[in-house]
Ligand binder design. Structure first.
Ligand code: SF4
Length: 89
C-alpha cells in the first residue's frame, strides 16, 4: 500500500495545506498551524516529509513542515555534509 493512501489529510480540504499570503502573521499563520496540527496526527508524516524533501519543488505543508522549513533543513544537511570529514577509500 502506498503511504499516500494512509494520509490523514485525504479527508481534509486540500486548500488547508496550501496557505497563501504572509506566513508570519494573521490568517495565513493560523492556517499553517491548523495544517501542522493535522500532520501531527498523521501516521505517514515521516514518509510525507521524506517525499517532500526529495522532490524539492514542492509548495505547501508536507510532513508537518512549510516550504521554508524544508529549505532550511536541506541547507543544514548540505552544510553538515560539507563539514563532515571525507571518507577514506
Ligand atoms: S503529513 Fe500532513 S501533508 Fe503529509 S500526508 Fe500526513 S497529513 Fe497529509
Amino acid at each position: 500500500m502506498d503511504w499516500r493512501e494512509r494520509a490523514i489529510c485525504l479527508g481534509t480540504d486540500p486548500d488547508l495545506f496550501f496557505p497563501i499570503g504572509d506566513s508570519t502573521s494573521g490568517p495565513t499563520l493560523l492556517q499553517i498551524h491548523e495544517a501542522k496540527a493535522v500532520c501531527r496526527r498523521c501516521p505517514v508524516r515521516q514518509q510525507c516529509l521524506d517525499w517532500a524533501l526529495e522532490t524539492d519543488a514542492v509548495e505547501g505543508i508536507w510532513g508537518g513542515t512549510t516550504e521554508q522549513e524544508r529549505r532550511a533543513s536541506k541547507r543544514r544537511l548540505v552544510r553538515r555534509s560539507r563539514n563532515a570529514p571525507a571518507a577514506v577509500a
